[in-house]
Design a binder for this molecule. Structure first.
Ligand SMILES: *Cc1c(COP(=O)(O)O)cnc(C)c1O
Length: 376
């Protein structure tokens, strides 16, 4: 079997281990500590967010965001359909109903026109809409100007799912800092990792203070354990934050490397009919977390997405269809959905290619040669 090539694997720099050693040397082996504080400052500085709470996962961050916005049983939350299930699951944790909105073809993210259609229809049906969750899929910024404009018109807060978009920029602002709240993920497959972790970010200090309170079991100020709220154990460990502090030092470099992988694919596959890459709209800068392609068998003599995936799989190379839209998932079969067939088409024709920042040119060459072979 040839050497495995992963879709997106962890890529440590030089300092992560030093920071983790610091946690051991100072015996701060707890879900709090100086490295957690430091990692939050690093993230605030990098993104320009006013305030940051480091948490145990991106999913936990999204769950707390919905609690802070008062999402309760019977409420509805609008969520991009084309995404990973973690964008939508916390809506259900709160006993609320997800309402899915399809994508537009430029960024593959939430379609602003369809968002407004959905809002009007839900309101006409007497529903209470508590939040809107757009996603910056694969690092590509969603059409935030339009989305924020509509959200403001109906006075609905926006929670940006920027789990895949740390380092992506929209009109000079970091993805995750445009809405009321934003969430980041440091899972093992993301652009930087703490092995597992996430963050909630906002310019609203009170929201972030409340998030830290809820994330540490909601202990009221008292010498004994006193509680007036239901709490969670969602804080980031000081050991994980040490990995995060090291990763922050190499983040700019990781963005450059992911973008270089994207550029390699574009050049190496140039001229093959029926392969399409996503383009950055004016004002948008993608971290290119994953390089994704769309395949059109009608334009290339019958090569399908699955043909490519299977050829790579045989050579021990990871590739994966794009996210299956939430409105097509069995678990969300009963959820209201406003669809236009864009996300379904993306799911049928799209493929994520290996995109780790640790890929070497020889591996990229191996992958693109196999793909080109299908066109001969
Ligand atoms: C990874 C991811 C999440 C969840 O983050 P975790 O840290 O794994 O909980 C949420 N949304 C999207 C779009 C993601 O890709």
């Amino acid at each position: 079997m040839r050497e495995k090539i992963w879709l997106s694997s962890p890529h440590m720099g030089a300092q992560e281990f030093e920071f983790v050693k610091e946690a051991f040397d100072t015996n701060w082996i707890a879900p709090q500590g100086p490295l957690v504080d430091g990692f939050e400052k690093d993230l605030a500085q990098f993104t320009g967010a006013g305030h940051v709470a480091a948490l145990s996962s991106g999913t936990a961050a999204l769950h707390l965001a919905l609690i802070l916005l008062g999402v309760e049983r019977g409420d509805e939350v609008i969520c991009q359909s084309m995404t990973f299930s973690a964008s939508a699951n916390p809506i259900v944790y709160q006993g609320a109903t997800p309402v899915f909105v399809d994508s537009e073809p430029d960024t593959w993210n939430m379609d602003p026109a369809l968002l407004e259609t959905a809002i009007k229809d839900r309101l006409a049906k007497g529903k209470k809409l508590k939040a809107i969750i757009p996603v910056h899929l694969y690092g590509m910024p969603a059409k935030m100007k339009e989305i924020l404009h509509i959200a403001a018109r109906y006075n609905i807060p926006v929670v940006e799912d920027a789990a895949e978009a740390l380092g992506s920029v929209y009109n000079s602002k970091a993805c995750g800092t445009l809405g009321t709240l934003g969430i980041l993920s440091f899972n093992g497959n993301k652009i930087i990792t703490t092995s597992g972790g996430g963050a909630l970010i906002s310019d609203d200090e009170t929201l972030i203070q409340d998030a830290r309170f809820l994330a540490t079991q909601a202990r009221d100020p008292a010498p004994h354990y006193q509680h007036t709220h239901i709490g969670f154990n969602y804080r980031m460990s000081n050991v994980c934050a040490g990995i995060g502090r090291g990763q922050m030092q190499v983040l700019p470099c990781r963005i450059t490397q992911r973008r270089a992988a994207f550029d390699y694919y574009v050049k190496a596959l140039a001229g093959l009919p029926g392969i399409q890459f996503s383009q950055e709209p004016a004002g948008s800068y993608s971290n290119r977390w994953l390089t994704t392609i769309l395949i059109d068998p009608r334009e290339n003599g019958g090569v399908s997405r699955e043909d490519i995936r299977l050829v790579l799989e045989k050579e021990n190379i990871d590739s994966r269809p794009l996210w299956k839209p939430m409105h097509l998932q069995p678990v969300f079969a009963d959820a209201p959905a406003y669809v236009n067939s864009v996300s379904e088409d993306l799911f049928n024709r799209g493929l994520c290619l290996p995109s780790g920042s640790n890929l070497i040119t020889e591996q990229l060459h191996r992958i693109t040669a196999l793909i080109r072979g299908l066109w001969n």
